[in-house]
Design a protein around this ligand. Structure first.
Ligand SMILES: Cc1ncc(COP(=O)(O)O)c(C=O)c1O
Length: 423
């Protein structure tokens, strides 16, 4: 690390220069937010235009003649099921189209495991329940585990996905009932699981036959570049190993149409789909089919979705690039930070030297920049090294991001120098 090669006086000089840059940011009283992966207003306007242009007349007849204005249809209208089947690479019969949130479907599915189980006793009646949590990962997955009192076991996320040597060992414990995965443009690392990782997950033979992989494919079509990452079809791989009920997949149009006002879906093996439908038949008379038909009228095929996502990529790409450019400019050659350069999704993951993430977060906050809480990307909100920060560049505009990224790099450098001086 460059700062370690400097003497005390040189370090103090460097720190003073950074602090004066920091103070001039503070004086500007900025208010910026790079904390949550939300689409920006321009993106939402593009989505609104698409919907406005095509849904002037309220469409309500599904292709099988069903009147979407009325009660009924538990697992989704055929055209919405077909769309998600194509997106997730499974047969229509294995799809359930839900409401406005895939996270909601994940929560309900974990709840079902706890209260009724997946083929065995309810998880909650089997003693301790553990989930494997590749980290850094999605904070809301971890919150679901905490809510149900499920013990989380942190597994390192590598550039190829979760460390499979560790996973294969851990699933030998029959108390391990689940594993979270964000396989494409992962939240927050932006990485996509390699073919080998997907194959090894599909081939798992856990000690618990009611173990399930929660395959949250939230960023399945969210490319920033034409030459995006490709993800192997997990369900096809599972079939090769007689594991048709191993994986439960989730996705939604939250970042295709509107977060909180899109449509969500899950896919699973035939036995699990039957169990989930049974539960749903108690839980609801049917989800919002008017929204399903609106979406299916606009996105008839995966190709329609991909074409639409290219418009979003035009908006998002410059946002990612301005942050990455600033990181390169400010951190380049210092050997104090590493960061991911995703080809899609909503996040960049920044790793700083041990013990520097929280301090950087605090400095940013005091100067008006909100970041996702340091530690939030780890189970129980505790990053064992206190080194990871999740950067969400989607919401602010490019000019704001330029400021935010510069401020972040200044704060990170201050935190690192303070640490070196303290040592
Ligand atoms: C990995 C991941 N899964 C799920 C969600 C939420 O999806 P939904 O809006 O469908 O509930 C998000 C939102 O940021 C996410 O990053």
């Amino acid at each position: 690390m460059y700062y370690k090669s400097l003497g005390k006086t040189e370090l103090e000089n460097e720190l003073n220069k950074l602090k004066s840059r920091y103070n001039s940011f503070k004086e500007r009283e900025i208010s910026l937010d790079m904390s949550r992966g939300k689409p920006g207003p321009t993106q939402l306007d593009v989505a609104s235009d698409v919907f406005n242009a095509k849904t002037n007349n309220i469409i309500y007849k599904a292709e099988n003649g069903f009147d979407c204005r009325n009660y009924g249809v538990l697992d989704g209208i055929p055209e919405a099921k077909r769309l998600f089947a194509e997106i997730l690479g499974v047969d229509d019969s294995l799809i359930i189209v839900g409401g406005n949130s895939s996270l909601n479907m994940m929560f309900d599915t974990v709840a079902q495991g706890m209260s009724h189980g997946f083929g065995s006793e309810p998880w909650s009646k089997q003693g301790s329940v553990k989930f494997l949590c590749p980290a850094p990962g999605y904070d809301r997955h971890f919150s679901i585990c905490e809510y149900f009192g499920i013990e989380m076991i942190t597994v390192p996320n590598t550039a190829d996905g979760p460390d499979m040597d560790i996973i294969e060992e851990l699933v030998k414990d029959p108390a391990v009932k689940g594993m979270w995965c964000v396989p494409k443009y992962s939240n927050p690392t932006g990485t996509t699981y390699s073919d080998e990782t997907v194959r090894r997950i599909a081939a798992l033979k856990p000690a618990a036959n009611d173990f399930r992989v929660f395959w949250d494919n939230a960023y399945v079509v969210h490319e920033l570049y034409e030459d995006g990452d490709t993800l192997l079809n997990i369900y096809e791989e599972c079939l090769k190993h007689g594991n048709e009920n191993l994986v439960i997949q989730f996705t939604s149009t939250s970042k295709i149409s509107f977060p909180g006002a899109g449509i969500a879906a899950q896919a699973a093996g035939p036995d699990d789909i039957a169990k989930i439908k049974k539960r749903l038949s108690i839980q609801t008379i049917g989800y919002d089919k008017m929204n399903q038909i609106r979406h299916a009228a606009i996105f008839k095929t995966l190709n329609d979705v991909n074409e639409h996502m290219k418009k979003f990529a035009e908006i998002l790409r410059p946002k990612f690039e301005v942050v990455l450019k600033l990181f390169e400019k400010e951190f380049g050659g210092l050997d104090i930070a590493s960061w991911t350069k995703p080809k899609g999704g909503y996040f960049i993951s920044l790793d700083l030297p041990e013990g520097c993430a929280k301090r950087t977060h605090t400095l940013c906050k005091e100067a008006g920049l909100v970041l996702t809480g340091a530690g939030a990307t780890f189970p129980y909100g505790k990053d064992p090294k206190d080194s990871n920060l999740r950067i969400a560049p989607s919401y602010p505009d490019v000019k704001e991001l330029e400021l935010a990224a510069e401020l972040l790099t200044i704060c990170a450098k201050i935190a690192v120098i303070e640490k070196v001086l303290a040592e």
